[in-house]
Design a protein around this ligand. Sequence first.
Ligand SMILES: [Zn+2]
Length: 135
Amino acid sequence: MPIIRCSDCQLDLSVLEDLTNGEPWQPCPNCGSMNRALSVSDALTVRILELVGTTQRRDGVKKWIRKTLQGMRQDRNGRVVTIERVMDREADYYRELVVYEDDGSIEVDKTHPLTEHYKHHGRVSNRASDEWVRG
Ligand SMILES: [Zn+2]
């Protein structure tokens, strides 16, 4: 079970957030930071894996216009992947790249219109998340 902390103020957010659902998270309740550090421990090693998400909004518009997620995480088999994801409503753009750190093999490499993504996966909040972290 990874321990999730705010990268900036070190507040433990493990109970508040589930980064495994693929949803970009809320700002840190303490300092407002969107940066997170994940501590993943196993029998031999402790690694710090960082995922950094951004959400862009525009004044007066309720919905976000662009979200990004970038960093490293461990899949359920313990392999470390680097993740790069961009969702851009205005440009109608969806990009996802997931690469295994150990041998450089590509797990996911997708670029398509964001509207296509919604068509296939429904809202980002449900099953799409499993797919992009599939291990
Ligand atoms: Zn914080």
